[in-house]
Design a protein around this ligand. Structure first.
Ligand SMILES: Cc1cc2nc3c(=O)[nH]c(=O)nc-3n(C[C@H](O)[C@H](O)[C@H](O)COP(=O)(O)O)c2cc1C
Length: 224
């Protein structure tokens, strides 16, 4: 019981510790082992129907960071100072019948041939009828992109639990960042689009105010 209480306390402390870090101490680098741990919590994250429609680009090249910075108003302080900078890509065609999904189901998840047809039909109906994902390319991409935010949250929380700071970043021009990554050949011929970014490192200074949130009552409603 004491162990559980202690764990809960530690987790809440990590949530209090995590804040959107605007600038990192450029002299402090996250160890290889710690960064692998953070990435691992992204990789192990859940995704809808297990499609894992993501790729984590770890951008350590300063020139590329500078190019991205020029079109990312929300990452001005983070891009030049972060120990590690991640761009979370989402698949643009995470359709039940895509080559990617079929390969994932067969080779990674090792779904037996006799169950595949049934599974494909169930996921077709889910994607097409239940979530209406085939309405537009954007709807399908946004669905994949939503999954990447789960990985994003987990990576930031796990980082906070080992004393590492982070900042999630949506403050960029999507079209321009896409062009930059396309030119670098990083979007795998259009298989991926840019979802969201995250900077990791050690804070340059303490945040200037304590965490502010709405009350639990105003963001929660219980229905009995
Ligand atoms: C998806 C997402 C995108 C964000 N984009 C940016 C950003 O581009 N630049 C930035 O400085 N902060 C960004 N933030 C940080 C938020 O402003 C911040 O999380 C929020 O104000 C709450 O503050 P806290 O994280 O310090 O508790 C983003 C947060 C999220 C979740």
């Amino acid at each position: 019981m004491i162990a559980v209480q202690e764990k809960k306390k530690e987790i809440i402390e990590a949530f209090q510790f995590r804040h959107a870090t605007k600038a990192f101490d450029p002299t402090k680098k996250i160890s290889e082992e710690d960064f692998q741990f953070i990435l691992e919590t992204g990789r192990l994250s859940p995704s809808s129907v297990g499609y894992e429609p993501w790729k984590f680009l770890v951008v350590q090249n300063q020139e590329l960071r500078e190019k991205i910075r020029a079109v990312s108003f929300g990452a001005q302080g983070q891009l030049p100072t972060a120990s590690h900078f991640v761009i979370l890509l989402a698949r643009k065609n995470a359709r039940y019948d895509s080559a990617y999904v079929q390969q994932l189901l067969r080779d990674v998840k090792e779904i037996p041939e006799e169950t595949l047809a049934q599974m494909n039909e169930a996921y077709r109906s889910f994607q097409e009828n239940d979530l209406n994902l085939f309405e537009s390319e954007r709807a399908l991409f946004d669905w994949a992109s939503k999954q990447t935010y789960i990985a994003l949250g987990n990576m930031m929380t796990s980082a906070a639990q080992i004393g590492i700071d982070s900042c999630p970043i949506e403050g960029f021009n999507l079209e321009n960042v896409t062009k930059i990554l396309e030119n670098e050949g990083l979007l795998e011929d259009g298989a991926f689009g840019v979802s969201v970014m995250a900077a990791f490192g050690y804070r340059a200074q303490e945040p200037n105010r304590a965490k502010i949130r709405q009350s639990a009552e105003s963001v929660t409603k219980w229905i009995y």
